[in-house]
Design a protein around this ligand. Structure first.
Ligand code: CA
Length: 245
């Protein structure tokens, strides 16, 4: 195995041989371990046999669809899943997210775009939960769910409880695209009678707080779908305090 002991393994599920081969070659060049499957059943088998760190899942597959693969994987695994969709398939994206996928790329995509999405989704598993203090560290921000305080180093972001919950939820889904409905259900609750516009307004407020105090975090708008929280590496080199643990 090239690349050392801690290389991450990516499972590529893609029925088109050319795309499968070129993706596998591109990811191997970047130092990833690669498994490939041409269809869903094969993918599920590989997932049962090998540790996999991320799944790249084409939705248009023969026999079992990518949606079904996604649903079946989610029955017993939280492995990050990035869907590969046809251009202009917003409905597919939303259905895929509901089936448990984390993110998507639209064909045709560049390897660089894909690599960025892969890194963002792998980072989510690196979000650190401190069970004793019920605190979550995301980038420069530490979220303490006992005191509802969000701190960037020694500076408080001064969030309302709702904005705190919104940021906590987005941090737990770091790198993942969240639809407005998913955010509404998670932060406001399933019983909440309201519209997804509420989400947009709160995201706007939260974005202002983040820009001011924690510029390494970005709340990105994913057009037609929702939002995702990412940590920007360019700002990560700066000392922010609280990194010692
Ligand atoms: Ca296909």
């Amino acid at each position: 195995m090239p690349g050392g002991t801690d290389e991450a393994t990516i499972l590529i599920v893609e029925d088109e041989e050319n795309i499968r081969f070129s993706l596998a070659a591109g990811l191997k060049r970047e130092g990833y371990g690669v498994l490939t499957a041409a269809q869903g059943e094969e993918a599920l088998e590989l997932l049962g046999q090998h540790p996999v760190d991320l799944v790249l899942l084409d939705l248009m597959l023969p026999n079992m669809s990518g949606f079904d693969v996604c649903r079946l994987v989610r029955r017993d695994s939280q492995v990050p899943i990035i869907m590969v969709t046809a251009r202009d398939a917003e409905t597919d994206v939303i259905v895929g997210l509901e089936m448990g996928a984390d993110d998507y790329v639209t064909k045709p995509f560049s390897l660089n775009v894909l690599l960025a999405r892969i890194r963002a989704n792998m980072r989510r598993t690196a979000v650190q939960q401190d069970p004793e203090h019920e605190a979550v560290q995301v980038g420069s921000v530490r979220l303490d769910s006992e005191s509802y305080r969000a701190m960037a180093g020694t500076v408080s972001l001064d969030l309302t409880p709702r904005l705190f919950h919104l940021l906590l939820f987005m941090a737990q889904q770091l790198g993942k695209v969240c639809s407005r409905d998913q955010i509404l259900n998670a932060v406001w609750g399933y019983d909440y009678v309201g519209e997804t516009r509420t989400v947009d307004v709160h995201i706007h407020w939260l974005r202002e707080k983040i820009q001011e105090h924690a510029p390494d975090l970005r709340l990105e708008t994913v057009r037609g779908v929702g939002y995702r929280l990412v940590v920007h590496e360019c700002s990560r080199g700066q000392p922010t305090g609280g990194e010692q643990e």
